[in-house]
Design a protein around this ligand. Structure first.
Ligand code: 5GP
Ligand code: MG
Length: 470
């Protein structure tokens, strides 16, 4: 059973398309997944349905490596979903790739899931005790099993009954009986948007970038606790839980979403620029130049430069052919990856007093190595500004923050972090400044990774298992 605990943290991108007409949906879903690739690089999959037949394919790897013209060719139909996934190291297994496709009483059903259920272990254990078996260790399989169990002829009722049992942060796209469903958890922790193409096809996606890519217009965010049901007559809204307050994940604004997406009516790039401006307002001192830790720190560094009237300059050249560095299991491995990923433009920094802006500090690995390299290359002073509050608490709802043990802000004060990373000064945003920069009502954002105030009661133990591998 412990094995199962490794698989709890999943960062994912999801998409669904509903068309009244039979068409070659494969390439459309492929394109949408490419635009959501930043949400998960470990596996990718597509399922397309037409008149009782579900085509699906999934494998480990980037979307562009998993799919090609040839294997996309059979993906014809009128409704389809896609998924890209990143999870913790231990669970890099093909059997956990999505969409999940199962046969049940009413034919074939497919599900793609972004997020994390906090009572997955308990429900899974109960179902196993009752004699059910599972083929994956992903908590998404629990949802699909529950829907199948509760199905008595009406898919919507079955979905509602299943969702009443699960707790956590999730966005789902689901194909049942030829209809497409888009669902957001009762707190709206994970994002999901609805749009429509010029031809009239409906699109559900984790982020608006997928709508832009498919030249679809944005209709609206799927609401918290809402089930959007799409069929030939259009889209229909149903609610399964209206009792919880909105708690959109604040970390989507900090790091996770693409800057060209809009979340809850806010453009993510503009929010990040604003966060940088607020950082600058807190500095009386002037520095020679401001630079970003690429790519995640760029918009906030630009905001800092505008507000403080400081020259914005590139200090790092990023090697485009190296992937994300976050997943390397060892500290030495992560440091080496960082050197491979970023090289320093020495001529720009020698003798200079620099401000470096990044979006967040998680373990402190990135900045510690960066500052070491900057000083070695001749920087006179390195001042660090972070466009979010310190991350002192693990996420239980679908962002891959490590256990508290590895979170530097859980174990050190700001002064101690400053010393550890070797910065001449270090400042984070306060929670209030962060909320001001995002521009949404404070109580509509989940800030649990900064404050430890979780929107729901979270288990004490699961992180211990989830992140021991780090
Ligand atoms: P650290 O080196 O402090 O552990 O990580 C901080 C860096 O990781 C920041 O530059 C930030 O952009 C990036 N980061 C923050 N959250 C995540 C995440 O959930 N996944 C990945 N891959 N990177 C992240
Ligand atoms: Mg970064």
């Amino acid at each position: 059973m412990n094995n199962f605990f490794d698989k709890l943290h999943e960062e994912c991108g999801i998409v669904g398309i509903y068309s009244k007409t039979y068409q070659h949906l494969g390439p459309l879903i492929y394109d949408a997944l490419i635009s959501l690739q930043h949400r998960g690089q470990e596996s990718a999959g597509i399922a397309v349905y037409h008149e009782g037949v579900m085509m699906h394919y999934k494998n480990m790897g980037l979307v562009r490596d998993v799919f090609n013209e040839e294997n996309l060719r059979p993906f014809n139909g009128n409704v389809g979903i896609g998924h890209c996934r990143y999870s913790t190291i231990g669970s890099a297994e093909r059997r956990n790739a999505q969409p999940l496709v199962v046969e049940f009483k009413a034919g074939t059903m497919a599900l793609a899931h972004n997020g994390n259920l906090i009572n997955a272990v308990q429900i899974r254990g109960e179902l196993i005790d009752e004699g059910f078996s599972f083929t994956s260790t992903s908590d998404s399989e629990i949802i699909i099993k529950l829907i199948a169990i509760h199905y008595k002829g009406n898919p919507l009722e079955a979905i509602k009954k299943a969702l009443a049992q699960v707790e956590g942060g999730y966005a789902l796209v689901l194909i049942v009986e030829g209809k497409l469903y888009g669902i957001r958890d009762p707190y709206g922790l994970r994002p999901l948007v609805l749009g429509q193409t010029k031809k009239g096809d409906y699109i559900l996606a984790s982020e608006t970038v997928a709508l832009d890519l498919l030249e679809a217009t944005f209709i609206r965010d799927v609401d918290k606790g809402e089930i959007i049901e799409i069929d030939d007559s259009g889209y229909h809204s149903h609610y399964f839980d209206t009792t919880k307050p909105m708690n959109l994940c604040g970390f989507e604004f900090v790091y996770f979403s693409r800057p060209d997406s809009d979340l809850a009516g806010k453009n993510v790039y503009q929010v990040r620029v604003e966060l940088g401006k607020i950082l600058a307002r807190g500095d009386k001192e002037k520095y020679d130049l401001v630079a970003a830790v690429p790519e995640s720190g760029v918009p906030a560094a630009i905001g800092y430069a505008i507000e403080s009237d400081t020259v914005y300059s590139s200090v790092f050249i990023k090697n485009k052919y190296i992937g994300r560095t976050f997943t390397d299991p060892t500290q030495e491995g992560r440091e080496r990856m960082l050197r491979l990923k970023l090289s320093i433009l020495k001529s720009n920094i020698q003798g200079k007093r620099i401000v470096i802006v990044d979006d967040s500090i998680v373990r402190g690995t990135t900045l510690r190595s960066i500052i070491f390299e900057l000083k070695k290359a001749g920087a006179k002073e390195v001042h660090v500004r972070i466009s979010s509050p310190p991350v002192g608490f693990s996420c239980f709802f679908g962002i891959d923050t490590p256990s508290k043990k590895s979170l530097i802000a859980a174990n050190m004060s700001v002064e101690e972090i400053e010393e550890y990373i070797g910065a001449d000064s270090l400042r984070f945003l306060t929670s209030d400044e962060f909320v001001e920069g995002v521009g949404l009502p404070e109580d509509s954002l989940c800030k649990a990774c900064f404050s430890g105030e979780y929107p729901m009661k979270v288990p004490k133990t699961h992180n211990k298992y989830v992140f021991e591998k780090y």
